[in-house]
Design a protein around this ligand. Structure first.
Ligand SMILES: [Zn+2]
Ligand SMILES: [Zn+2]
Length: 211
């Protein structure tokens, strides 16, 4: 057979193969979905890592420093509360923010038992521990404080439980409407913003003991 004819036939055969493969790809492999839809499916949300939260540090104040500071800045010295009636605040109660003792504390509104600090104007309830940590974690999408949800062996799970969080609403929008009608259908998805606070010191980890 003529070599040219042979090569032409071979090219035609290859051309057919290519057409066939093209057809196959177009029909059965949704290329667009590979690049876009699928990776955005709410089913894979679980495998996504959320952004870091906002970390708000509380500066530790002490009333012993703060009273002279306010006097220097505003020319007014804060004096202990002058009480007209008996005070039922516990003797050991102190302001969680500036540590001011009972003489500087007064009842903010009788019914709810909230206490106000005359030095730093912090309102608190006696059993509150908002300031026991020197920082708080906030959702990067809505600024809500994150709720401490679960304690795992090596980490704590913090979650944004704000029902109006834009991150949550955006994810909720993408889920299968069928699942929303089921009782615990939403639990199939990870919809809320989550942050895992690892409590293990990775720098001190003994690598040889790892499985
Ligand atoms: Zn205070
Ligand atoms: Zn949020």
């Amino acid at each position: 057979m003529d070599i040219i004819l042979y090569l032409l036939l071979f090219i035609q055969y290859q051309h057919k193969q290519i057409c066939w493969l093209f057809n196959f790809i177009c029909r059965y492999i949704p290329l667009k979905q590979w690049g876009f839809d699928d990776s955005h499916s709410p089913k894979y949300q679980k495998f996504k890592i959320d952004k870091l939260p906002k970390i708000i540090y509380y500066e530790k104040w002490d009333y012993k420093d703060y009273i002279p500071y306010l006097e220097w800045k505003y020319g007014k010295k804060i004096k202990p509360v002058s009480r007209r009636s008996e005070c039922d605040i516990d003797d050991n109660c102190a302001c969680p923010r500036c540590n001011a003792p009972k003489p500087y504390l007064y009842k903010n509104n009788g019914s709810k038992g909230q206490i106000l600090c005359k030095v730093c104007s912090t309102a608190f309830s006696p059993e509150e521990n908002r300031f026991s940590k020197s920082y708080s974690l906030k959702c990067p999408h809505c600024n809500h404080s994150l709720a401490h949800k679960k304690d795992r062996k090596h980490f704590v799970v913090h979650k944004c439980v704000n029902p109006k969080c834009p991150y949550y609403l955006h994810n909720l929008n993408k889920v299968d409407k069928k699942d929303l009608k089921e009782d615990y259908g939403k639990n199939k998805y990870k919809l809320h913003y989550i942050y895992r606070e690892f409590q293990i010191d990775f720098f001190r980890m003994d690598l040889n003991t790892l499985p």
